[in-house]
Design a protein around this ligand. Structure first.
Ligand SMILES: *Cc1c(COP(=O)(O)O)cnc(C)c1O
Length: 358
């Protein structure tokens, strides 16, 4: 077996220990003679898996009792629609802080359901680097303020929760979910597509404060109605059973590692190592100001872009894959989610150093 360091932005690397456990019990889950993917989501064995995963996630993130955790489908983009259909129901207005393509797309989708306004917060300062404005103002009567905590494509992450002027705050945390401790009580709702940092594609995790549930628009499909999903404990329809099970294994892995404090330190160390190298090199450059750099997705550019193809080919030969940047941005992007070990980042830096010298 040979496994590479895979820097894909999503679906992305999973922890090796989790993959091995899933493999070892794939054909016969704990002696029941069936695979976890072959049994009913309503069976005793599966319900135990599902509830355990929820319990572990609640513990990891210290989710307060007045919040529900939902295991949904439809991905991040499903929530681009579900959020306004459930929450844009008072004044019918919401302000969207935009810092890149995911928050912009979320705002555009919300405009199908009401008066969603983009509040553009990213800008290029004189040094050419991307920064995020902090002195934002919102309309008085919005139902919520929305933002994306980590923009996966351009690699912009909020260093702290933005000031929403006391308004209900909703966040897309798809690409930095469980990468550090988070104060859930600051939010009305948080959601994450699982395929970046938690599980295989197909699962979306929503954490919602209970008093916000039960007000969905009539047009809201039942599977996107947080009230129905809460009442049915995420089993209104058949959930993505394998993904949910895999997420559960990842939650155990995180707990064994020491929880989100520990994970946060590791992620900080990995990102510092990579950005430290990029800053010290005159062969490569980055595009985001240090205080807004993502710890998860690190876009970088070769100063001589004619070497891009050669860089990617040689990186691949060295066992470092999926480094090509997003088509919107070009250049390179190294996604270094929870499952990417420090050794992977060190291998990448060693390769980049060697490539620059050659
Ligand atoms: C990937 C991503 C999405 C879209 O997720 P899908 O599951 O593909 O719909 C939304 N927001 C962010 C921040 C993402 O990284």
């Amino acid at each position: 077996m040979s496994r590479v360091y895979n820097f894909s932005a999503g679906p992305s690397m999973m922890p090796l220990e989790v993959m091995q456990q899933a493999q070892s019990e794939f054909l016969d889950y704990k002696g029941i003679g069936s695979s976890i993917i072959e049994i009913s989501h309503r069976s005793k064995d599966y319900i135990a898996v599902a509830r355990e995963a929820e319990k572990d996630l609640r513990e990891l993130l210290k989710v307060p009792d007045n919040y529900s955790i939902l295991f949904m489908q439809g991905g991040g983009r499903g929530q681009f629609a579900a959020v306004p259909m459930n929450l844009m129901v008072g004044s019918g207005k919401a302000d969207y802080i935009t810092t890149g393509n995911w928050s912009e797309d979320a705002c555009t989708e919300a405009q199908r359901y009401g008066d969603a306004r983009a509040v553009k917060a990213d800008y290029r300062s004189e040094d050419g680097l991307i920064r995020v404005k902090t002195d934002l103002t919102f309309r008085d009567d919005v139902d919520y303020v929305y933002y994306c905590d980590n923009e996966t494509v351009c690699g912009v992450e909020f260093p702290e929760i933005p000031d929403a002027g006391g308004k209900l705050l909703v966040a897309d945390v798809s690409s930095n979910f469980l990468s550090k401790p988070v104060d859930v009580s600051r939010y009305g709702l948080l959601y994450a597509g699982a395929q970046k940092n938690v599980a295989p594609a197909g699962l979306t995790i929503v954490i919602v404060r209970n008093d916000l549930v039960g007000r969905a628009m009539k047009c809201c499909p039942s599977i996107f109605d947080y009230k129905i999903m809460t009442d049915k404990e995420s089993m209104f329809n058949t959930p993505p059973t394998f993904c949910w099970y895999m997420a559960g294994l990842v939650f155990k892995w995180l707990k064994d590692l020491g929880g989100l404090e520990e994970m946060g330190k590791l992620n900080r160390a990995k990102a510092d190592y990579l950005y430290g190298f990029l800053d010290s090199s005159d062969f490569y450059r980055t595009a985001v100001a240090p205080e807004f750099r993502s710890r998860m997705n690190v876009p970088f550019f070769l100063k001589d872009e004619s070497l891009n193809d050669k860089f990617l080919a040689e990186a691949k030969a060295a066992g470092l894959t999926s480094l090509k940047g997003h088509r919107i941005l070009g250049g390179m992007r190294a996604s270094i989610y929870n499952a990417m070990p420090m050794e992977g980042v060190k291998s990448l830096v060693a390769f980049m150093e060697k490539f620059a010298k050659a």
